[in-house]
Ligand binder design. Structure first.
Ligand code: WQD
Length: 340
C-alpha cells in the first residue's frame, strides 16, 4: 500500500483529499501545525473511512523537523502539499508571515524530495494566479498576472520554484492544481470547512448567517458588468476537488505525465454569480437569507471560471456535483457543527 504524505491534511481541502486517498487504498500520513484546524478532524475522517491516518503535528517552517520527518518516512511514494496560510486580506497585513510559511515550507519539502530516488509532488495552487483573466473561460496557458495579494504571490512563486526544481532534478515529477472556488462538505457532514473567526469566503458566511451566527451577509457590489451586477466565480464541490488530487497523484505514480511539471485548472467550467449562489442556498435549505447589497470589495476580480478541457482530456476527470449539491452539503455541515 503506497504511503502518501498530505501536509495540511486536517484542513478543509486536505481532509477531504485524505478521505478519497484512503478510499483508493492509499496509506496516509498527515502533517499539520493545527494553526487553522483541529485534531478532531481525525475522528471525522475515521467516521467516514473507518481508518485514522497517522498524524504528526509539525511546523514545516522548522527545517530540522522536516528533515527528521522525511528520514523517518523514507518510504513515502508521494506528497500532496496543502499546508499554507490562505487568507487574502491577512496576507496584505502580514506579507512576511506568508512568504516565510508558504514559500519557506515549500523549499524545505522540495529539498527532502531531492534526496529520494523518485518523488511525486502535488501542489495546491489557485486560480488567483490568473488575476482578472483577459479571456473566459480560463485555460492553463492564460497569462499569470501580477498577484493581487501576497497570498496569491506565494502561489505564483511556489509554481516557479517547482518548475525550476523539476528543471534541475529529473527525479522529481510535479503537478500544480489551480483550484477555482472550493465549497461544500462531505455528504456525511463528518468533515467540512471550519473557518476560524469571521469567514472571509462567501459560502461559509452564507451558512453562518442562516444559522444565526452572523447578522447579515453583505454582498460586495452589484454594479459589475455581469448579468445581475454581482461577481462571477466557478464554485467547485470540495469532494470533486479532492478526487482530482487522487487522479493527479495516480497520473504521476503510473508515469502517465507528459511533462515533468504540469498544471491543471480544477473547476466546473460554469460561472455563478453571488446572487445565484444565494438563490441556490435558499432553494436547497428552504431558508430566506438576510443579505444587503454594499460597495465592492477591493481586489475582487469581476469574473473567473475554468476551461475544463485539459483536466478532462489529460486527467480523465470532471466535476460530477452541482452548485445545489454543494450548497446543500455546506448547510448540512453548518447545522451539524452548530448542533442544530
Ligand atoms: C467570492 C465572491 C466576493 C464574501 C478567494 C481567494 C482565492 C481562493 C478562493 C484560496 C466574491 C463575494 C464574499 C462576502 C461577498 N482561496 N463575497 N460577501 O475572493 O473569489 O477567492 O477564495 O485559494 O485565492 O481569493 O472567494 O468566497 O471570498 O468571494 O459578496 O461576505 O463572493 O466579493 O465576488 P474569492 P470569496
Amino acid at each position: 500500500m503506497s504511503k502518501i504524505l498530505v501536509t495540511g491534511g486536517l484542513g478543509f481541502i486536505g481532509s477531504h483529499t485524505v478521505v478519497e486517498l484512503q478510499n483508493e487504498g492509499f496509506e496516509v500520513v498527515i502533517i499539520d501545525d493545527l494553526s487553522n484546524s483541529s485534531e478532531k478532524v481525525l475522528d471525522g475522517i475515521n467516521a467516514i473511512t473507518g481508518k485514522t491516518p497517522v498524524f504528526e503535528k509539525l511546523d514545516l517552517k522548522e527545517k530540522s523537523a522536516v528533515e527528521s520527518f522525511f528520514k523517518k518516512h523514507s518510504d513515502l511514494k508521494g506528497v500532496i502539499h496543502f499546508a499554507a496560510n490562505k487568507a487574502v486580506g491577512e496576507s496584505v497585513k502580514e506579507p512576511l508571515m506568508y512568504y516565510e510559511n508558504n514559500v519557506g515550507s515549500l523549499v524545505y519539502i522540495l529539498k527532502e524530495l531531492k534526496k529520494l530516488p523518485e518523488a511525486n509532488f502535488i501542489f495546491s495552487s489557485s486560480c488567483t494566479v490568473y488575476g482578472q483573466a483577459d479571456k473566459l473561460p480560463i485555460t492553463e496557458d492564460a497569462a499569470v498576472k501580477l498577484a493581487e495579494s501576497p497570498y496569491g504571490n506565494t502561489k505564483q512563486i511556489g509554481e516557479e520554484i517547482i518548475q525550476d526544481t523539476c528543471n534541475a532534478i529529473p527525479s522529481i515529477k510535479a503537478i500544480a492544481l489551480r483550484y477555482f472556488n472550493p465549497i461544500g462538505a462531505h455528504e456525511s457532514a463528518n468533515i467540512g470547512e471550519l473557518p476560524l473567526g469571521v469567514p472571509q469566503n462567501l459560502v461559509p458566511f452564507i451558512t453562518q448567517t442562516a444559522i444565526g451566527l452572523r447578522e447579515q451577509l453583505s454582498v460586495f457590489g452589484d454594479d459589475y458588468p455581469t448579468p445581475d451586477g454581482t461577481c462571477i466565480r466557478d464554485y467547485i464541490h470540495v469532494v470533486d476537488l479532492a478526487k482530482a488530487h487522487v487522479v493527479a497523484l495516480q497520473r504521476l505514480l503510473k508515469g502517465k505525465n507528459k511533462k515533468q511539471y504540469e498544471t491543471f485548472n480544477l473547476g466546473t467550467g460554469t460561472g455563478s454569480s453571488v446572487l445565484e449562489v444565494i438563490k441556490s442556498f435558499e432553494k436547497v435549505s428552504g431558508e430566506k437569507l438576510n443579505y444587503k447589497l454594499v460597495d465592492r470589495r477591493a481586489g475582487d476580480v469581476i469574473s473567473a471560471y475554468a476551461d475544463t478541457q485539459k483536466a478532462k482530456n489529460e486527467l480523465g476527470w470532471e466535476t460530477k456535483l452541482s452548485l445545489d449539491d454543494a450548497m446543500a452539503s455546506a448547510w448540512k455541515w453548518e447545522k451539524k457543527v452548530r448542533g442544530k
